[in-house]
Design a protein around this ligand. Structure first.
Ligand code: FES
Length: 267
């Protein structure tokens, strides 16, 4: 996949709290916006000072003209600092990084089933937009969103506006199906052998969810692309801190990933 990586000072246009502790930033970043593909991420220096030293890798949530959108949760020092940055300030951004979702001509023909766990929705909105662009406007795109509880279910309206059919699962049953999103996937889309349309699963979320999706995809012989979340230090392929074991040896999530074919990964 072609990757034109740039380091740039990007003007922060908005930084809004969209739900409790979840924020969306819009940054003017023309070169990144032009080159970005769904599933890729940017590395952002969250403060102007030296601390924290490491950049934060954040998935690209959407592209609007020359602007990129990032959805993130304020969960640690870095993202908390980012949540305090104000419109008009400049952020040091490197991107777009990594390999995103593969949308080959063959893949495009298949029925897309998107599966998100928690913050895994962040890159899948961008993917849904792209799929909408390249597929017939009336074609079905389904998204299953899972989280611990209702307040952590994000982006439902964004997906609906894109004409996606949205299904929800919460661990505590406060919204939608009570249980894991992978159980919902199994119940809804793998009801009986011989009664399945050719599909591709695109998933992003916690490791255990992705592991189960890989298992299901092998069991039901359905292609699946999964976006792995790993702790990243350099984010540019230099430190090997994000390596995962695959059938072809170790690969770096930040460089060869974050999106892999599910069948490649050795769990
Ligand atoms: Fe350094 Fe991936 S984070 S190689």
């Amino acid at each position: 996949m072609a990757n034109r990586i740039v380091q740039t000072k990007a003007k922060l246009l908005k930084n809004i709290e969209v739900a409790n502790n979840y924020y969306k930033i819009l940054v003017s970043c023309p070169q990144v916006a032009k080159a970005a593909e769904p599933g890729q991420f940017v590395n952002i220096k969250v403060s102007e000072g030296l601390q924290p030293l490491l950049r934060r890798p954040l998935g690209i949530h959407g592209v609007r003209g020359q602007t990129i959108e990032i959805l993130y949760e304020s969960v640690g020092k870095g993202t908390e600092l980012l949540s305090k940055r104000r419109p008009g300030e400049y952020l040091d951004v490197v991107g777009p990084l990594g390999n995103g979702f593969g949308l080959s001509l063959t893949t495009r023909q298949l029925w897309p089933i998107l599966v998100a766990g928690g913050m895994g929705v962040a890159p899948l909105t961008f993917l849904a937009e792209k799929l909408r662009e390249i597929r017939n406007p009336k074609s079905e795109i389904r998204i299953l969103i899972g989280a611990k509880t209702k307040s952590q279910i994000l982006c439902v309206e964004e997906f609906r506006k894109l004409g996606c059919e949205v299904k929800i699962a919460t661990d505590d049953g406060s919204k939608g199906y009570k249980g894991k999103v992978t159980d919902l996937l199994k119940n809804l889309f793998f009801p009986a052998a011989g009664d399945r349309r050719p599909a591709t699963i695109y998933a992003c979320g916690p490791r255990l969810m992705l592991k189960e999706i890989s298992r299901l995809s092998l069991q039901y012989k359905i292609a699946a692309q999964i976006s792995l979340e790993e702790h990243m230090a350099c984010g540019i392929g230099a430190c090997l801190g994000c390596a995962v074991n695959t059938k072809d040896g170790y690969k770096r999530v930040c460089k060869e990933g974050p999106v892999f074919e599910a069948k490649e990964i050795i769990w």
